[in-house]
Design a binder for this molecule. Structure first.
Ligand code: AR6
Length: 173
């Protein structure tokens, strides 16, 4: 069984132990995938988020999933794209790494990621895909407790970018 899989779909419907939210520093909700997750989880999610005192870019915090099929939501804050020379690549990699670390800490076996930073935060999707796939593969290589990572793409462009990145990196190995 492949431990990393790319799918096209809506992350709020995915039945993994945890789903990751592409949040902002306030953790108080927003548009895009953040809005969809809060809407599907219900108001208790926002209540718990209010108690977290925000989150720094590249860091991750965990809440329950409430009305979502997933038991947990891992909230991470991706970098806003500012041209690529403001540490964006490293911060995006940190989002994936810190989310996966938190998952391991909570005994999470299956986890789903959205394409962090590539919507409202305007990170170029092909560049983001290479960073995401490389960081996830590196993590899975070192940690054997996570059984499955899903990359949930919301549109075809993202799907193709992540598939291509995965193909590039696994054919090199
Ligand atoms: N399932 C999976 N992916 C989705 C879904 C969904 N239901 N809805 C959107 N996407 P964005 P960012 C994709 O803008 O760039 C929020 O307002 C979307 O097509 O959600 O990290 C936060 O509060 C895109 O590919 O997140 C922050 O202020 C990807 O998710 C800010 O946006 C990420 O797009 C974060 O911006």
């Amino acid at each position: 069984m492949k431990r990393l899989e790319i799918i096209l779909g809506d992350i709020t419907k995915v039945e993994t132990d945890a789903i990751v939210n592409a949040a902002n520093k306030t953790l108080l909700g927003g548009g895009g995938v953040d809005g969809a997750i809060h809407k599907a989880a219900g108001p208790e999610l926002l209540e718990e988020c209010r108690r977290l005192n925000g989150c720094e870019t590249g860091e991750a915090k965990l809440t329950k999933g409430y009305r979502l099929p997933a038991k947990y939501v891992i909230h991470t804050v991706g970098p806003v794209w500012r041209g690529g020379d403001h540490g964006e690549d490293g911060l995006l990699a940190a989002c994936y790494r810190n989310s996966l670390r938190l998952a391991v800490e909570y005994g999470i076996k299956t986890i789903a990621f959205p394409s962090i930073s590539t919507g409202a935060y305007r990170f170029p999707v092909r560049r983001a895909a290479r960073i995401a796939i490389s960081e996830i593969l590196k993590f899975l290589n070192e940690d054997k407790s996570i059984e499955k990572v899903l990359m949930v793409c919301f549109d075809n462009e993202a799907f193709k970018a992540y598939e291509e990145a995965l193909r590039e990196m696994t054919s090199k190995a």
